[in-house]
Ligand binder design. Structure first.
Ligand code: MLT
Length: 397
């Protein structure tokens, strides 16, 4: 027996696990301290009433033989029509037409980000931005793939553009971006689509934060770019859109037009999912199907506005302190320059110990994140205000 030695090439713990462990150690040593977490992007608003109502009804369905559901329908890898249709409807509002066979229901974007790699050969070269959501990098290290980086820096607004002298087969794009909050415009994405086509590469586009885009210039889906269906898979989630971090539901779009090596990636993915996945629970899918109803959408937008208000509170605080930051506009993340030239982990400790506020060190997302720090707007408004008051008191000169 041999283990997968690629695992030995990973950092010894997942970034948010390290942050969690350090926070827990501080709290154990200082039980009297009231620590506020603005670190992991976990939501705090409850599920929308329309979602709760749909889930209650689904629970009742499960209690009667006539309306009980076992495995989901296998036609679309266990996704129910009502949910698939609502996702298609939400894409139609962005000007994107999808067929039902292109929509795969998942238990969230993080799982599918890792799972989708099953359908790609291990000798593909993977291009990820730096800084990067650690899942893109770690899942490829686990598979032993060669990973190269596109530098996202203050100078390019944390939005790297393609470099035609670099060869890549799998390209990760997350927009609005985790961790930097920077968002690509549809015009900018056209260049990535052209590059991917030239390389015969596939873009894995993570749209988990698309509901935070608040204009029509920035992209909400890569398929807003013409021709993207021939080169991109899109991953999305109800976690940040509708507060499903604890419920687990998302969707992955694999277009029928996506062919590589003469094979349909849609078919390969359907084959993978029907073999290794048994679908998302009926109750969860019925709740998710309520998200894009008129009532559901109005309610989730209220929650998004609530988080936007938090982002503004953090931005105002940093403005007052004269600290450089980006994000927060089309995104729930604020990406700031650590004050006084501190490195990311030094600032993490400084903030934790002196303001009892937890954020995420930028260097945990890659070398270009060194000297930067991420705060999330997903906390409660009360905690966000309290955290900002403490940060101001600590850093005001
Ligand atoms: C984050 O804080 O980056 C996210 O919550 C991670 C995730 O969505 O998995």
């Amino acid at each position: 027996m041999k283990i997968n030695e690629n695992y030995l090439n990973l950092k010894d713990s997942y970034l948010f696990a390290t942050v969690g462990r350090k926070t827990a150690a501080y709290k154990a040593a200082h039980p009297e301290k009231d620590v506020i977490r603005l670190s992991i992007g976990d939501v705090t608003r409850p599920l929308a009433p329309a979602v709760i109502e749909a889930m209650h009804k689904a629970v009742d369905d499960m209690s009667r033989a006539e309306t009980f559901h076992g495995y989901g329908p296998d036609q679309y890898c266990y996704g129910y029509d009502v949910l698939i249709d609502s996702i298609k409807g939400s894409y139609a509002k962005k000007g994107v037409t999808l067929s039902s066979s292109e929509v795969f229901i998942s238990d969230g974007a993080k799982s599918d980000c890792g799972n989708i790699l099953d359908i790609f050969s291990e000798d593909n070269v993977v291009l990820v931005p730096d800084p990067v959501y650690p899942v893109y990098l770690d899942t490829n290290i686990m598979a032993g793939r060669k990973v190269i980086f596109a530098d996202a820096t203050k100078e390019n607004g944390f939005l790297p553009m393609p470099d035609e002298s670099v060869r890549a087969d799998i390209i990760y794009i997350c927009s609005p971006n985790n961790p930097t909050g920077a968002a690509y415009t549809i015009e900018q994405l056209k260049k990535w689509v052209a590059y991917a086509k030239k390389m015969d590469a596939v873009i894995l586009y993570d749209a988990a934060y698309e509901y935070f885009v608040d204009d029509t210039v920035h992209a909400r889906s890569i398929y807003q770019v013409e021709g993207a269906k021939e080169c991109a898979i899109e991953l999305c989630s109800y976690s940040k859109t509708a507060g499903f971090t604890g419920v687990r539901c998302g969707y992955t779009i694999v277009p029928e037009a996506l062919i590589r090596g003469g094979h349909s990636l849609n078919r390969l993915w359907a084959r993978r999912q029907s073999t290794k996945f048994n679908g998302v629970s009926y109750i969860t899918q019925m709740g998710a199907a309520a998200v894009f109803t008129e009532e559901g959408e109005r309610q989730i937008r209220e929650n998004i506005d609530y988080y936007r208000r938090n982002a503004k509170t953090i931005a105002d605080c940093l403005d007052e302190l004269g600290i450089w930051y980006t994000g927060g506009k089309h995104s729930p993340y604020i990406w700031l320059k650590c004050p006084d030239g501190m490195d990311s982990w030094t600032f993490f400790d400084y903030l934790l110990e002196n303001a009892n506020v937890v954020g995420t060190p930028g260097s945990g997302f890659g070398k270009n994140g060194e000297g930067f720090f991420r705060l999330t707007a997903f906390g409660t408004h009360e905690n966000t205000e309290r955290a900002c008051a403490r940060i101001k008191a600590l850093l005001k000169k």
